[in-house]
Design a protein around this ligand. Structure first.
Ligand code: ZN
Length: 323
């Protein structure tokens, strides 16, 4: 049912405040059995809370590409909408999907007030994709400067929506790649459009400290939907997602003819995956190497570049952002 198909994720900062009620809501989003025990007494239409929130946000602007909803009087809503167009187009173009009607169709964006969204997304710089339909985030982040972290959030979440439109999500795709491709595409979007520089700086700083052991942990333990809650609870979600992003960058820069070719291949890989081809088979067919080989080479690369961020980020989207 639609509930199970809802892409679930949250970009989290390690210092985020976590409340018991939030964890219950997040757990319920992962586990339908909890949802239906009545813990979410406010659920009144059978929809998951994120979908209820989106449906309750008043429409602000709408065109053939972006349908913006918000319960906040957004200053510059046309500018926000214009920027979202650019981001959506970037995410499509990098994968050669501009002319693919399965993915290049209207996208809903819900920008909610803190009051409405705090119980669902408990960090101020996070968002969540709602399956193939939409992404939802905090309104306040989208009214600031072009450097703001939230523009990265938009690129990241829109990539999740694109993947959902192919049906290429969990459980077909491991979590570290569901998040990895969203992190990588979101970062490329920021770099190319000259927005969200705060996000790239923060990500590069954290990734410069990653060890081979951290990477092995992600490959072994950040694979299925339920692993997201465990990584969040242990303060590893942010770095776990971005290790996935650096893994994608590694494959794009060091194991492919070129990054641009890799992202074009990613779209075809996603279509194969969504069409039912098993992950390992689709991966080998499209990229020409096995996932095991890619993981092994990445772990060795991370070991070689410990304490050397310039070498680690060379030619990647994070180049020049290392602190
Ligand atoms: Zn994500």
């Amino acid at each position: 049912m639609a509930f199970k198909q809802m892409a679930f994720e949250q970009i989290a900062f390690e210092n985020a405040t976590r409340t018991k009620s939030t964890l219950l809501l997040l757990a319920a989003t992962i586990c339908p059995s909890i949802f239906f025990t009545g813990l979410l007494a406010s659920a009144n239409d059978g929809s998951p809370p994120l979908e209820q929130l989106l449906n309750a946000l008043p429409p602000i602007t709408s065109d053939d590409k972006i349908r913006l909803r918000s319960d906040v009087n957004l200053p510059g809503s046309q500018e926000i909408c214009s920027r979202l167009h650019q981001i959506f187009d970037f995410d499509l173009n990098i994968q050669g999907l501009k002319n693919d009607p399965r993915v290049n169709r209207p996208l809903e964006v819900g920008l909610a007030s803190e009051q409405k969204i705090a119980s669902l997304i408990n960090t101020r710089m996070g968002g969540r994709a709602l399956g193939a339909r939409a992404f939802v985030s905090h309104a306040q982040g989208f009214t600031g400067s072009t450097e703001a972290y939230d523009w990265y959030v938009a690129g990241h979440e829109i990539e999740h929506v694109i993947m959902a439109r192919f049906g290429a999500t969990q459980p077909a795709l491991p979590t570290y790649l569901v998040e990895g491709i969203a992190c990588s595409v979101g970062a490329h979007c920021c770099r190319e459009l000259g927005i969200g520089s705060k996000a790239l700086q923060q990500q590069a700083k954290k990734l410069s400290q990653v060890s081979a052991q951290n990477v092995e942990d992600v490959f072994q333990n950040f694979r299925v939907s339920s692993d997201i809650a465990e990584f969040r609870n242990t303060g590893k979600l942010f770095i776990g997602e971005h290790i996935g992003g650096l893994f994608v960058e590694f494959m794009a820069c060091h194991m492919s003819d070129s990054p641009s070719k890799f992202f074009l291949n990613w779209a075809v890989f996603s279509k194969r995956l969504g069409g039912g081809t098993p992950f390992e088979t689709a991966f080998q067919q499209q990229f020409g190497f096995s996932i095991e080989k890619a993981q092994s080479e990445f772990i060795q690369f991370i070991r070689r570049t410990e304490n050397n961020p310039a070498a680690r980020f060379q030619n990647t989207v994070y180049q020049g952002f290392a602190v």
